[in-house]
Write a protein that binds this ligand. Sequence first.
Ligand code: ADP
Length: 229
Amino acid sequence: MVVKSESARVVLFLGAPGSGKGTQASWLSASLGIPTLSTGEILRAEAKRNCSESFQLRQLLGTGQLVDDATVCAVVAAWLKRENPRRGFILDGFPRTTAQAQYLDALLDELHLPRPTVLHLDVSTTGILRRLTGRRQCAVCGTVYNLVSKPSLRGSRCQKDGGALTQRDDDSEGVILHRMEQFHRMSAPLLAHYGSSVARIDGDREATALADEILDTVAPGRTRHLAAA
Ligand code: ADP
């Protein structure tokens, strides 16, 4: 019989676009000292390459449609093989379908990692649109800003390295509404799949208060470290 690593943790964020999953995942990653896998980040990096597959991927991401299960599962498997995160890891943006959740269950069993703690970041739709249309990202280092809630001290340039701040192709209003509708349609079966392992977190609060509750849920008693966001 194989004994699963007791100290390893797998944490998974479920939340609508703009719910703050990425920020919370990076803070939790710093506090627990385990890496984060963001499927959106990896797919966007893939889409920037100069080949016909990347061109197709770029078009798909730009319209806010989901990438097919086989491609995303292959991305996750390749990352896990490369990183070999024995102490666990955090997932941001995966799984998004029941097929992906089943794939993840099998993968975790294979790696002798525990089943995930699922954090459902529940945020009202009010304000999400405003948050997302104000989101900007440094084209050089990837730091995320917000024109309203977290502007760069250097205006339209990144305050860390002066890189141009750009808007994601899928952060336009029409595409955001489509992504939100898609999230609500797809999250119900996922919540059902995880059942009682889901912890609902009220996401309509200040980000650091949220981070405290998240850390307390995942690792009671641990002190929070804020990563350079
Ligand atoms: P958001 O949560 O704001 O939609 P992400 O960065 O998580 O942003 O994802 C951006 C895009 O990447 C998605 O709209 C989708 O096209 C693609 N994507 C990311 N993760 C997955 C996944 N697990 N399955 C299918 N598509 C995905």
